[in-house]
Design a protein around this ligand. Structure first.
Ligand SMILES: NC(=O)c1ccc[n+]([C@@H]2O[C@H](COP(=O)([O-])OP(=O)(O)OC[C@H]3O[C@@H](n4cnc5c(N)ncnc54)[C@H](OP(=O)(O)O)[C@@H]3O)[C@@H](O)[C@H]2O)c1
Length: 274
């Protein structure tokens, strides 16, 4: 499917996350001439993409704005950007813990405002993006923003904003938790006597191969990761002894539930301005 692109894309901030979204959009054929990036450093982004350090006098008609700076910068950004946004300007916000109500309050002009929560693998087209909007965003704008997000990987609309911090904890923060797991797997290998560099290579390749296999097994045969884990474990064998450690008192499940709950709670605190 050939993506349909906004007439103009205005990125406010283009760091780790928005930068990965832009990488993927350009890889998928977005014309860089349609993109303007505002970033205080003025650092170049990609060939043909205009980078500015100050707001223009006006935004071209048909502009989609991506809010990609840090959440605490919203008041500062809105004071300059909101006057430039007209009814048909579309806003996509990737700011964690910034509610749609706050965005509507700060940007009273635009009808279409969508919260999006991507994760870093979007740069490879293998990300996850959660999306939420309200009835003020019309169907055409919703479809256009959905089309913009599709090339990034899995896109999941949620119907209840109270889920937003929860899905952010799972998929937005999730890469960090998996990177920590991969690092711990390597360091655990080292702890039982494997040379550090070899353990690091083996852990990473195991994570990569297992993730690819899990994705294929789910798509091809509907096999879940839990089923695959049992398939690795021979009765009375080594893997079962290891799984018994992870499973005792739901140790791993409890650890991950606590991890997601802490991340979710931080999103809720951010939404309260804390
Ligand atoms: N990192 C993630 O995995 C992730 C995932 C989902 C959502 N998010 C959200 O993405 C947003 C950015 O996070 P990040 O990790 O990409 O941060 P980051 O790498 O620090 O990028 C922040 C960007 O904001 C720009 N910026 C700084 N001050 C600004 C200002 N006053 N006005 C406009 N732009 C300004 C920076 O400009 P320079 O480039 O010139 O320094 C930079 O491009 C956050 O709201 C976060 O909640 C992040």
């Amino acid at each position: 499917m050939t993506p349909t692109w906004p007439d103009h894309l205005f990125l406010v901030g283009c760091g780790n996350m928005a930068g990965q979204m832009l990488v993927r959009w350009l890889d998928c054929g977005l014309d860089p001439a349609r993109v303007t990036v505002l970033r205080p450093s003025g650092r170049p982004v990609a060939d043909g993409v205009r980078v500015v350090t100050a707001y223009p006098a006006a935004l071209p008609a048909g502009t989609t704005v991506l809010l990609g700076m840090k959440p605490y910068q919203i008041a500062d950004v809105a004071s300059s950007l909101a006057p430039l946004c007209v009814a048909d300007t579309r806003i996509v916000s990737i700011l964690a813990g910034t509610t749609l109500a706050e965005l509507r309050d700060r940007f009273p002009g635009p009808r279409a405002i969508v919260r999006a929560m991507p994760n870093l693998p979007v740069g490879l087209g293998e990300g996850v993006t959660a999306l939420f909007t309200d009835a003020t965003t019309d169907a055409a704008a919703r479809a256009a923003i959905d089309a913009l997000i599709q090339p990034l990987g899995l896109a999941e609309w949620i119907s209840d904003e109270t889920l937003f911090n929860r899905v952010t904890a799972l998929s937005g923060c999730g890469p960090a938790f998996l990177f920590r797991f991969a690092d711990a797997l390597a360091r655990a290998g080292e702890a039982i006597g494997i040379p550090a560099d070899q353990a690091a290579r083996m852990a990473l390749a195991t994570v990569r191969g297992s993730a690819t296999m899990a994705a294929r097994a789910s798509a091809d045969a509907g096999d879940s990761p839990a089923t695959l884990a049992d398939r690795v474990a021979s009765p009375g064998g080594m893997t079962r002894e290891g799984l018994n450690v992870l499973d005792a008192d739901d140790r791993l499940l409890t650890l991950l539930t606590d991890t997601l709950a802490a991340a979710r709670d931080r999103g809720e605190a951010m939404a309260r301005g804390e």
